[in-house]
Design a protein. Structure first.
Length: 376
């Protein structure tokens, strides 16, 4: 009889209180196929890191790519907003926005609050996961209590829709113990000597299997992915557009998770996550290049077309920090007085750099090139 390398969930309708602790057996990930794909993913991620760290204005990446990551990750949970609604909501910041845009912006805030938390603590802990979850859901709720009847059900409209496909552990002490084990696995690179990309993929499954919160576990787990890479120095800021790949291969993502719990199939799950890292590293790398190239081209165009515009570098930099610009943004940044800011933005509309939009009685200036790049 062959040796059992991973104990699976015997009954998807019963809480998986015996979810195996980490680490998993080396035989499950030390295969030629996985190690070859690991090399591809590491090379792509290293190229992205090398490109991002040399950009002088990190705002080009922080406010644009992270906003798209938030939008796509929320779409995986069937939370949809249009680009215009999202960019308007972000440019308005504290004013009223619709429910979907609010949820997307909360995801983006969780990206940054969690990143800043780890910059201070340097280590993962239970409070990190709770803080990210609470930011995403705007709640004071914490780890779900033992009486919470949490199950994962088949979505869609097929005949098996609504059927239970997984039941996570159901006991507060068990959940906390498994989270403690996960945290130790993440922080202790001496005892658990696993390549960081593989460790991220293993930990992502474990977090989703523990399913510590009543809701928001998927988004919390995707935020964690990016934070783990920055925490281990594989990215300088959380800009990897990882949710795009997951959304485009949503069925494979969920079948990969179920494959581990129901069949112990770590191969498919690890290969999926490594492909996701490789693919989205390449996409993000090219997106950064496109944004920087567009910014440089527009700056040159402004200088050529109207030499009277003062501080064109600062103006262009702000135009590329988010797709929708308002007069207030230029004034608050201390670049221009209100009348000058309005005059310059209107001039850029005449140059076809911007498009002026009136929404709910307010004027917004859309950066057409940035909008196009982010929409691709």
């Amino acid at each position: 009889m062959s040796e059992v390398l991973y104990t699976i969930n015997p009954d998807r309708n019963v809480p998986w209180n015996d979810l195996p602790l980490l680490p998993i057996r080396k035989e499950l990930y030390q295969t030629i196929e996985i190690l070859e794909k690991l090399g591809d993913a590491k090379a792509a991620l290293a190229r992205l890191y090398g490109r991002s760290v040399v950009i002088p204005n990190q705002g080009l990446l922080i406010n644009t790519i992270s906003l798209q990551e938030a939008k796509i990750s929320s779409a995986i949970e069937n939370i949809f907003t249009t680009d215009d609604e999202l960019y308007k909501a972000y440019s308005d910041q504290n004013t009223e926005t619709n429910g979907a845009s609010k949820e997307v912006l909360r995801y983006r805030e969780a990206l940054w609050s969690g990143y800043n938390y780890l910059q201070k603590t340097r280590l993962f802990d239970q409070n990190y996961f709770i803080q990210v979850f609470q930011e995403i859901k705007k709640t004071k709720d914490g780890i779900r209590p033992g009486f919470s009847n949490t199950t994962i059900k088949q979505g869609g409209t097929a005949p098996n829709a609504g059927q239970v496909i997984y039941t996570p552990p159901r006991d507060l002490v068990i959940i906390q113990n498994k989270l403690d084990n996960l945290v130790n696995f993440l922080n202790d690179d001496e005892q658990y000597k696993v390549d960081h990309l593989l460790k991220m993929a293993i930990a992502h499954f474990q977090f989703e299997a523990i399913h510590p919160f009543r809701d928001g576990n998927g988004r919390t787990g995707r935020v964690f992915n990016i934070h783990y890479l920055t925490n281990k120095g594989l990215l300088d800021v959380p800009i990897l557009f990882l949710s795009r790949y997951i959304l485009d291969h949503k069925d494979d993502y969920y079948s990969g998770l179920m494959g581990v719990s129901q069949r112990g199939n770590w191969r498919n799950w690890l290969l999926f996550m490594l492909r996701a890292i490789e693919n989205t590293s390449n996409i993000t790398f090219h997106k950064i290049n496109d944004i920087v190239s567009a910014k440089d081209s527009i700056l040159e165009h402004i200088k050529k077309e109207d030499k009277k515009i003062r501080n064109p570098e600062d103006l262009t930099g702000l135009l590329f920090s988010q797709p929708f610009t308002k007069v207030k943004h230029l004034v608050d940044a201390g670049i221009y007085a209100e009348n000058t800011a309005r005059d310059y933005l209107n001039k850029l509309c005449d140059m076809q750099v911007l498009e002026k939009k009136e929404i709910d009685g307010h004027h917004y200036y859309l950066n057409l090139e940035l909008y196009k790049i982010l929409s691709e």
